[in-house]
Write a protein of this length. Structure first.
Length: 272
């Protein structure tokens, strides 16, 4: 693993298995969670998954992004306009990281036609907003990369507006989500369960709403949902690396024809 400064003070940790060839490789960008107030690219979950996927032949970049709400609230007392600015900043940083990896003179050997995104909680929101909010007026002027996103994985994530998903930007998606999540909704509901009278009221659209839209567009997805689970799936999803790698391989091989929902339980519960 090597660490690179990709923009301003933002770093990325780059995991790859050296080879004797100059073959370009599919590359994953991993975006950590933490509610835009905390979290780190080199946490235990992030390092573990990055190493696992690198051993399977992927390049993996676990990235920083601006934690603009550090020391501040991102809850119901945080104005909706500030929340939107925070989302926009994170999408801009993810865009810069992809640009750095695909355009840098450094020998990253990134196949820009085979990019995957994985995000947890705030990172998953960043991934989904990057994919689908591009033509919204608040996001349209960001430095989007000239790269092809083949698929994405969301651990407890949601998008601002699922109606911005259309035939031209749909990609296969894998979700891990608790159906009783009150932080980031499973369907369409208020972020952090805020009341309509709160200054931070903002509806978000989780996997249930996203997949309904994808179904209308003949899109592909796999949802692992915990009927009793909450936001802990932002972390618990990391405990299923084989399901993640299976999805990535299916997409790479052109076999990601799926529209499935499957119940999953916490690894802790399964041991009791």
């Amino acid at each position: 693993m090597k660490t690179y400064n990709y923009a301003d003070t933002l770093l990325l940790d780059y995991y790859t298995i050296p080879t004797d060839t100059f073959k370009m490789k599919p590359t994953i960008l991993l975006v950590h969670g933490g509610g835009f107030t905390a979290g780190q690219r080199n946490g235990g979950d992030e390092k573990g998954l990055s190493k696992y996927l690198a051993r399977l032949g992927f390049n993996v970049a676990s990235i920083d992004y601006r934690l603009s709400r550090k020391g501040k609230s991102f809850g119901c007392d945080c104005a909706t306009s500030i929340k939107m600015n925070t989302y926009t900043e994170a999408v801009a940083d993810l865009s810069k990281a992809i640009n750095y990896l695909t355009k840098s003179a450094k020998p990253f050997r990134v196949d820009s036609s085979k990019i995957f995104l994985i995000g947890s909680s705030a990172g998953a929101e960043t991934v989904l907003n990057f994919l689908f909010m591009r033509y919204d007026y608040r996001f349209k002027d960001l430095p989007y990369p000239d790269a092809t996103i083949l698929g994405a994985i969301s651990l407890s994530g949601a998008v601002v507006d699922e109606n911005n998903i259309y035939a031209g930007n749909k990609v296969p998606l894998l979700f891990f989500h608790g159906m009783k999540d009150t932080v980031v909704p499973y369907g369409t509901s208020a972020h952090r369960n805020c009341a309509t009278t709160d200054v931070g009221y903002l509806n978000l659209n989780g996997p249930k709403s996203i997949t309904e839209r994808l179904s209308d567009l003949d899109g592909n997805y796999k949802v692992y949902h915990d009927t009793e689970g909450g936001h802990e799936w932002a972390s618990l999803g990391f405990d299923f690396p084989e399901l993640i790698s299976d999805f990535l391989e299916q997409v790479l091989n052109g076999e990601a024809t799926m529209r499935d929902f499957e119940t999953i339980i916490s690894p802790v519960e399964s041991k009791e």
